[in-house]
Write a protein that binds this ligand. Structure first.
Ligand code: ADP
Length: 213
């Protein structure tokens, strides 16, 4: 309850601050010096991170309090993934990371799930891969049709996860290192959604080589 209240109360001030910041940044309140612009950019990055934290906290507490219901409907998961890849390209190019998408030619990728929730899953996994992969690396999303379900693999050539951390990686607030820029909630949200969809999620990783979720 506290987490949920906290996240709710944090959301509005963050949005208001972002709004005024964007006014300042676009020189609507007068011209800016180069140093002022630089500082505003740093404030904007920090607020952005705060925004992501609160969104994660809110989402996590929603999933915890059982308000969460899935509304499964058939949807084209390949198209959903392609949209995410297009949206992530700018971020990937900034880091010189290649994103590939692999799907068998004859595959119809219709999943029966809550499309919005699956969007969240794909977004979290894709951005984690980008976050934990160094420049020059590759992130691949691969689809495979199986007997009764679809296997979606998000693979990266990133830093990987040490073996002794693997059993805890989906636990809420768990991070391999404390200097991670995230909240450690992303993967626990992913797991809750996947399991509520009667799916399964697991990870295989070689430290220093990369991970596959
Ligand atoms: P965070 O917000 O910290 O990224 P997550 O729950 O998404 O939280 O991930 C938990 C931890 O798992 C991360 O802090 C990171 O240490 C590790 N992790 C997640 N995805 C990857 C990945 N693709 N490669 C390496 N480590 C990862």
């Amino acid at each position: 309850d506290m987490l949920s209240m906290f996240a709710h109360d944090m959301k509005n001030p963050t949005i208001i601050a972002e709004g005024f910041l964007s006014r300042l940044y676009s020189s609507k309140a007068g011209p800016l010096t180069e140093r002022q612009s630089k500082y505003l950019e740093l404030i904007s990055d920090a607020l952005n991170r705060l925004g992501k934290f609160t969104t994660n906290f809110l989402e996590f507490s929603r999933l915890e309090t059982k308000e969460y219901k899935t509304s499964p409907l058939p949807f084209d998961i390949a198209t959903a993934i392609k949209k995410h890849i297009e949206a992530a390209r700018i971020e990937a190019e900034k880091k010189d990371i290649k994103i590939l998408f692999e799907i068998p030619d004859d595959m119809t990728a219709v999943a029966n799930a809550d499309a919005m929730q699956i969007d969240r899953v794909i977004f979290n996994l894709l951005y984690n891969s980008l976050k934990y992969t160094d420049s020059g690396g590759t992130v691949t999303i691969k689809l495979l049709s199986r007997d009764k379900d679809i296997l979606v693999q998000v693979m990266d050539t990133g830093m990987g996860i040490p073996e002794d951390h693997l059993p805890y990686i989906f636990d809420p607030f768990y991070r391999v290192t404390r200097d991670s820029k995230g909240s450690g909630l992303g993967l626990s949200i992913v797991k809750k959604i996947v399991e509520a969809t009667e799916g399964k999620i697991w990870v295989e990783s070689i430290y220093g080589k990369g991970s596959t979720f």
